[in-house]
Design a protein around this ligand. Structure first.
Ligand SMILES: *Cc1c(COP(=O)(O)O)cnc(C)c1O
Length: 421
């Protein structure tokens, strides 16, 4: 249909489809949604204005939208064991904006991880709303190679920062942190300094929903997340809480505070994805995601790469490329790998001496490859492919050129064995 109606866009879309089919997707925040999720997204539900919440809309004709949003909310509550859910945030950043608006007054202090060590821009970056309207203070990781907790959260430092600055809100949950988060410990810190605790589980939501990572409940007062990363739903956000008063504040903050009309087609797709995540095969998927990440990390260590914090407990890892060669940067590695059909992103490593556009690290995640059906054996192949490109790259240009051609062909062959369906 689109082909004849708009060949220009149709052609670009089909080329993107082909790119996804024939490349290895290792970006930790990406995934491949099911055809059912996609069907709900690309539907007539997009035609409707449904400002407000079920039973209290500002437009007529919302009968079925009310029911769809109720299904989405009920499934979200069941999935995460929470009493209240808001499924309307257009994205994870919007969810965080609403949570901050609900919990803070302009000028208030909140506390989050040092951003370049794994935090998200909505956790206090200067040019983000969170750094513009509030005062962020930050806690560090351990930066001491001789410390057993090297490159893990320094909870004692977090406690000191909180006792000194008395933030109203303490944030945990990250974009590039490979280890288990101790939510109970954060809650104890929050209680001691009189803060509320917010857990942003954008990356690990699928793992949390299936018990593969401990739940932030009952510790966190508010939980925010995306729905499109390990949770494998449509691009969007979600806010959860067990506190009725906070739930009311959050609903108001999101609409009319931050957003207008909800994306009802996306909310329907969230409902479908939550339904999928409630099924036993999704737990098996999440367990495989973590097993795959561990095998990828170990395989890279065998090839003399350093993995920050010594490994991973979840779906992602940070590779410190300096282990391979002092001259190797994240920017070069990302570019070289992409040319060979391996899609990654450069990422700062803890205490990275290089600027964010260059970096010394690469972030790798297994959610998308695991959706394709990759298991431990394939992860070892993936580590080999990555190493062939990077080893050639640090050698010279001729070596890189021939490795790129050879690996690109091997990547295509590997992808062919695991079609996206
Ligand atoms: C991805 C991410 C977000 C933001 O999600 P968007 O949907 O891109 O706005 C928020 N917080 C964390 C920790 C994330 O990793």
């Amino acid at each position: 249909m689109l082909n004849r109606h708009d060949p220009e866009v149709a052609d670009l879309m089909s080329r993107e489809r082909d790119r996804q089919e024939t490349t290895l997707e290792l970006i930790a925040s990406e995934n491949h949604v099911s055809p059912a999720v996609m069907h709900a997204m690309g539907s007539w539900l997009t035609n409707k204005y449904a400002e407000g919440y079920p039973g209290a809309r500002y437009y007529g004709g919302c009968e079925f939208h009310d029911r769809i949003e109720d299904v989405a909310r009920d499934r979200a509550k069941k999935l995460f064991g929470a009493r209240f859910a808001n499924v309307q945030p257009h994205s994870g950043a919007q969810a965080n904006t609403a949570a901050c608006m609900a919990l803070l007054q302009p000028g208030d202090t909140f506390c989050s991880l040092v951003l370049k060590d794994g935090g998200h821009l909505s956790h206090g970056m200067k040019i983000n709303f969170s750094g513009t309207f509030y005062k962020p203070v930050h806690y560090p990781l351990h930066y001491d190679a001789s410390h057993p907790e090297h490159e893990r959260i320094d909870y004692d430092a977090a406690r000191r920062v909180c006792l000194e600055h008395k933030p109203k809100l303490l944030m945990c949950g990250y974009s590039a942190y490979p280890r288990v988060i101790d939510f109970a410990r954060f809650r104890a810190i929050a209680d001691e300094c009189g803060a509320l605790l917010m857990a942003d589980i954008a990356h690990i939501a699928g793992l949390v929903a299936t018990g593969v990572h401990p739940s932030p409940f009952p510790h966190a007062h508010v939980v925010t997340t995306t729905t499109h990363k390990t949770l494998r739903g449509p691009r969007g956000g979600l806010i959860l809480t067990n506190d009725e008063e906070l739930a009311k504040k959050i609903d108001k903050a999101l609409f009319p505070g931050v957003q207008g009309g909800p994306l009802m087609h996306i909310i329907a797709a969230k409902a479908v994805a939550f339904g999928e995540a409630l099924r036993p095969d999704f737990k098996a998927y999440c367990e495989q995601v973590v097993r795959n990440a561990k095998v990828l990390a170990v395989s890279l260590v065998e090839k003399r790469y350093r993995i920050t914090s010594g490994g991973t407990d979840n779906h992602l890892m940070l590779v410190d490329l300096r282990g391979k060669s002092d001259a190797l940067t994240g920017a070069d590695a990302e570019k070289w790998l992409e040319a060979a059909g391996i899609i990654t992103n450069k990422n700062g490593i803890p205490d990275d001496p290089r600027p964010p556009r260059v970096t010394s690290g690469l972030r790798l995640g297994t959610p998308a490859l695991t959706t394709r059906g990759f298991k431990e054996a394939e992860m070892k192949e993936v580590a080999n492919l990555i190493d062939r490109v990077l080893s050639a790259g640090v050698q010279d240009e001729a070596a890189l050129a021939s490795a790129t051609t050879a690996v690109r062909a091997d990547v295509r062959a590997l992808c062919k064995r695991f079609p996206l369906g």
